[in-house]
Design a protein around this ligand. Sequence first.
Ligand code: ZN
Length: 229
Amino acid sequence: MKKIAILLSLLTFICTSTYAADEIISGEYIRKAQAKVDQIGFKLLNYNGIEKRTVFDFDTRKIKNAYSRSTDRQIVIYRGLFNRLESDDEIAAVLAHEIAHSVDSYNGILRGVFYSWSYYFAPKKYEYKADKKAVDYMVNANYNPVALIVVMNKTFPQNRFDWYSTHPLTSRRMMEVYEYIYKKYPEYLANNAYKNNIYYQNFLLTSKENRAKFQKKIEKKSKRTVNYL
Ligand SMILES: [Zn+2]
């Protein structure tokens, strides 16, 4: 009997300590986070005149991801990723990317059910496309699109090889976003609000070579010297 009691208390201890390892999230926190996601998500939809109904769901799990499900056009953002976002611009970057997938998947014929922020579901060309669309959506809703580079640089790992995954190399993806902003919305780089942001500075450091090549190409074409950050 005593043995059973000891075993039981041990079991209770193990169970409660595993539960204790995950923080208890207050209803207040969840309400506030959901309200924030809704406020930014719906602003993106409305300012871009997106006529398809979409809903946003804040999921309290500690997963560092967000995804867009085209079966019911629902965009889910997990607490693990949400907590890494430091401004409305950064939240808008993730949501705009997922909205782009969601709108795109409904336009095409069965282009997959599931598009994710950082994993391996969407083919490369759809990722580049969603990134560029996200930049447009952000600008139209008065968010700074440079935040997309910032969020990518701090949350995406760098794959070793490009052929290895369906998602493109993060460095290449960030460079594509940079070039798109450079060509279409240069004012955000000429007067860059993120120039002192540590993640953006790290992007500048790691993209030095590629940016120099790109700048040379642009200068040759436009015959003017440009030096945006
Ligand atoms: Zn994606």
